[in-house]
Design a protein around this ligand. Structure first.
Ligand code: UDP
Length: 367
């Protein structure tokens, strides 16, 4: 019987645990310092409204990977769900991701798709050959006006720095469309788990070969030698006691409100203007449109730099961070009995489906 230790009960840790325990020839201990499983995907029913809330911010499942889509559905019923995000700029509501409706409304036009392509090409900064940062990526593809209206302020609030300090890859997450498709994602499989995300983790970890220890902090004093392998999904800099310095993360926090009926008519509305403090408002009943609730609960989301004891959410990956990360990755190579996985373990801005795919691949190497 092999013995494994997994630190973190988010998607990385839970998928690896589920895979390793599946055949009944390994024993897996999963630790998490929180009182709950599921990491930042944790969801629960709000006691006052009965609405399923995504406690650490909105999560919509989407993937192009059939293996991942089939895998997740062993643990839940995925109800088809399309995330259609709105954004409020100077008192007007626009559609995201930037699409033909957004372009026509913003420029007060009624362009056809090809006219819009021509127009945006004319305002975009084509002198930028290879975008070196977030701002250049935006200017290259949509030009200054759309960038300043929908991305500059939001990104400054969200990341706490100038967009030109950030990687172009952050903006590449979002499509720009010259048709009226307002689906936020392009993935062919998209859904919301009918019973929330926590139920997925409960099912994944429900095995006689998995021992989950919550409210249990892993530190360097933990006895490691009795395990055949360790999987660490917490922040990589924390694992090494910040010996090369701290990697920078943004954390988000929420102001929770309850109202009667429908507050904003949509799951997510973004606020890119800098005179509004929050980045976005999520109203969770709209993630489960098949349920009926008299009351509603909505979260105003704010962003700030992480301080001691804050939950790290978004890896900033500034130039200085990448130099520090390199040192941690080199150090990690000296520890072949430990695999670093997931958003925090590898310090990458990953979505749920990417985390699951990598966790499945990591587990395969140990089966
Ligand atoms: N973004 C923006 N305006 C928006 C939405 C997104 O400027 O209305 C930028 C912002 O920098 C954000 C990034 O695009 O961090 C990625 O957005 P996404 O919606 O993928 O962020 P997530 O849902 O992961 O927070």
């Amino acid at each position: 019987m092999k013995k494994y230790l997994i630190i973190g009960a988010g998607f990385s840790g839970s998928v690896i645990a589920e895979q390793l325990a599946r055949n009944g020839n390994s024993h897996v201990t999963v630790l998490d310092e929180r009182e709950t499983i599921g990491g930042n995907c944790y969801s629960e029913r709000d006691p006052e409204t009965g609405v399923m809330v995504h406690k650490y911010g909105p999560h919509t499942f989407h993937t192009n990977d059939k293996e991942v889509w089939q895998y997740i559905q062993q643990f839940c019923e995925m109800v088809p769900f399309v995330n259609r995000i709105k954004t409020v700029h100077h008192g007007q509501v626009y559609s995201l991701p930037i699409n033909l409706h957004t372009i026509n409304q913003f420029f007060k036009k009624s362009f056809s798709p090809s006219e819009a392509v021509e127009f945006v090409n004319a305002v975009a900064d084509r002198s930028i050959v290879e975008a070196q940062n977030f701002e250049e990526q935006a200017l290259k593809f949509i030009g200054r006006d759309l960038y300043e209206a929908f991305f500059y302020g939001y990104t400054k609030k969200q990341w706490g720095c100038e967009p030109r300090e950030l990687s172009a890859s952050i903006l590449k997450r979002l499509p720009v469309r010259f048709n009226y498709n307002d689906n936020y994602y392009t993935s062919c499989f998209q859904g919301m788990p009918r019973d929330g995300y926590t139920a997925i983790f409960e099912k994944m970890l429900d095995s006689p070969y998995i021992d989950v220890q919550l409210s249990t902090k892993f530190d360097s004093t933990w006895e490691k030698s009795t395990y055949d392998h360790i999987f660490y999904t917490g922040p990589i800099d924390s694992f090494f006691n910040y010996k090369f310095g701290r990697l920078s993360y943004r954390t988000v926090y929420f102001e929770k409100n309850i109202a009667i009926g429908d507050y904003q008519g949509n799951a997510i509305i973004n606020y890119p203007d800098q005179d509004v403090d929050c980045t976005r408002i999520h109203e969770h009943k709209h993630f489960t449109p098949w349920e009926q609730h008299e009351k509603t609960v909505y979260f105003k989301e704010f962003s700030k730099e992480t301080e001691e004891n804050d939950i790290p959410f978004y890896p900033k990956r500034l130039k200085k961070d990448m130099i520090t990360l390199e040192k941690y990755l080199e150090e990690a190579k000296l520890n072949p009995l430990i695999t670093f996985a997931g958003r925090l373990g590898t310090y990458r801005y990953m979505d749920m489906h990417q985390v699951i795919k990598e966790a499945l691949d990591i587990a395969k190497m140990h089966l």
